[in-house]
Design a protein around this ligand. Structure first.
Ligand code: KIV
Ligand code: ZN
Length: 514
């Protein structure tokens, strides 16, 4: 008998984007949505249409393009939001409207300033309104885990009666622990008379590091939709990590007795893409997609894994899309070799993209004896950023002089949006500061550097350095990434990437409304 299916609802483009510094442009969201479609998630929450023109545009474009996954827009429980969400998902093959409203007393008192009856009426009315547009309506009582249980049951019963086909139970503040959360889901099944008419979903935040554990505990007692984000992105400490939920269900199907429709071999590439686009690096020891997730350092473990993989591995790395690192390219490798390796890594390039990648590869191979898969990923991430940043400022040339007795001085040359050349120089406390100051003199986009880190992609002194920075502009955080064998060049690229993101996202006029 086929195992019952748990639907996977991806909210990387909505809740994930709410992570401080993770704002994305419309084109970047479309690129992620295409990857999620390949991954075969059941529902893509493409954004929050009423929150900004950029979000509306992203949801509409994704709805028009994606086939195979449902496309949802979030909406507050007010008529304008619901109407806007409906308009944005109109072109979808399977459109969904996701209405949410706070239900805990603490939110009612301090946020909504309404009483329970008023909130109940708003929820019912807006679910009905959404149902007038689409068949597939999800309702989320926000802060459900801190909501009075009797009120929660009545709210769920009323919204299901009004047409909700999915009721989502958010642990909005990540407060629950697994046994307690499973108890709540069990009680919902027992106390909401019409619960069999809707699918029960869960949406767990990770403030106590329990989002995945809570989600799986809920699945064990009957939840049949789980919401999450790639790489566990999301508001504050993030949401349940989608790849961990999916592999938890797959690996422990023996206990959970359910399955998902996700094509797990696309998990690694999905993680890499989201990390490249948002600039949020994946920690090395991150389950499923971290670089150490399938690495064995101890000799005893290595020996055992060589004899029998399952001695120390509960999953096969290839199941989640990891490629073996056996093939290493070098300066004698040709274009066909590069293309074939890139294809194996999930990059299918058009001719011009391959030309550019090959040029960058040759430059790298001149500086570095061996070009590994991780180097190629860094190179492709840099290529992506170059394309994404085109139309704004691009770094053409950077030169720095510094030392223990001289004053760090940088000269930069940038190409502007209309291909005009700008050149300037500045000094600074250190070489990176000097580069940023020189760039600032040209771009004139005031921001404050709040975090800077550099890590090497592979071992060795010739390794590619991957620089991540965070900057603040108008009280918002933006991330920038850059890679090069020269860390000053990588820093300059990361800074340019952050400035270009500020300009692109400010043009989208995003607002935070959840
Ligand atoms: O965390 C939350 O409660 C949410 C809702 C909008 C579902 O993101
Ligand atoms: Zn959330």
């Amino acid at each position: 008998m086929e195992a019952e299916k748990v639907l996977i609802f991806d909210t990387t483009l909505r809740d994930g984007e709410q992570a401080a510094g993770a704002a994305m442009t419309v084109n970047e969201k479309i690129e992620i949505a295409e990857q999620l479609e390949k991954l075969k998630v059941d529902i893509i929450e493409a954004g929050f249409a009423a929150s900004s023109p950029g979000d509306f545009q992203a949801v509409s474009a994704i709805a028009a393009q994606i086939r195979g996954s449902s496309v949802a827009s979030l909406a507050r429980a007010n008529p304008d939001d619901v109407d806007r969400a409906a308009e944005a998902v109109r072109g979808a093959e399977s459109p969904r409207i996701h209405v949410f409203l706070s239900t805990s007393d603490i939110h009612l008192m301090h946020g909504l300033r309404r009483n329970r009856e008023e909130v109940m009426d708003m929820a019912v009315e807006m679910v009905r309104r959404a149902k007038g547009y689409v068949d597939d309506v999800e309702f989320s009582p926000m802060d459900a885990t801190r909501t009075n249980p009797e009120y929660l049951y009545t709210m769920l019963e009323a919204t299901i009666a009004a047409g909700a086909t999915t009721v989502n139970i958010p642990d909005t503040v990540g407060y629950s622990i697994p046994e307690e959360f499973a108890g709540l889901i069990r009680n919902i099944f027992e106390n909401v008379p019409n619960i069999h008419k809707a699918r029960v979903s869960v949406h767990c935040h990770n403030d106590l590091g329990l989002a995945v554990a809570n989600s799986l505990a809920a699945v064990a007692v009957g939840a049949r939709q789980v919401e999450g984000c790639i790489n566990g992105l999301g508001e504050r400490a993030g949401n349940a990590s989608l790849e961990e939920v999916v592999m938890g269900i797959r690996t422990r199907g023996d206990i959970l007795g359910v399955s998902t429709g996700v094509d797990t071999k696309h998990l690694y590439n999905s993680s890499r893409l989201v990390s490249d686009i948002t600039g949020f690096a994946v920690q090395p020891n991150k389950a499923i997609v971290g670089v150490n997730a399938f690495r064995h350092a101890s000799g005893i473990h290595q020996d055992a894994v060589i004899k029998e993989r399952t001695t120390f591995e509960i999953m096969d790395a290839t199941e989640v899309g990891w490629q073996s690192n056996a093939i290493v390219l070098g300066k004698l490798s040709g274009r066909a070799g590069l293309r074939s390796r890139l294809e194996e890594l999930g990059y299918n390039l058009q001719k011009e993209e391959l030309d550019n990648a090959f040029k960058a590869f040759k430059e790298l191979a001149d500086k570095k004896r061996e070009v590994t898969d991780r180097d190629l990923e860094a190179l492709m991430a840099e290529e992506r950023r170059t394309v994404a940043d085109s139309g704004t400022f691009r770094l053409d040339h950077v030169q720095v002089s510094s030392g223990d007795t001289s004053m760090p001085t940088a000269t930069v040359q940038l190409v502007g949006p209309d291909e005009e050349i700008f050149r300037d120089a500045a000094t600074g406390a250190g070489p990176v500061d000097a580069v940023c100051n020189a760039i600032n003199r040209i771009v004139q986009k005031p921001c404050r550097l709040v975090e800077y880190s550099v890590k090497s992609i592979t071992e060795g002194l010739d390794a590619v350095g991957d620089v991540s920075i965070r900057v603040e502009s108008n009280e918002k955080t933006y991330v920038g990434r850059g890679a090069s064998t020269d860390i000053i060049v990588a820093s300059a690229r990361a800074y340019m990437n952050a400035l270009n993101r500020i300009m692109a996202i400010e043009n989208n006029q995003s607002t935070d409304n959840t």
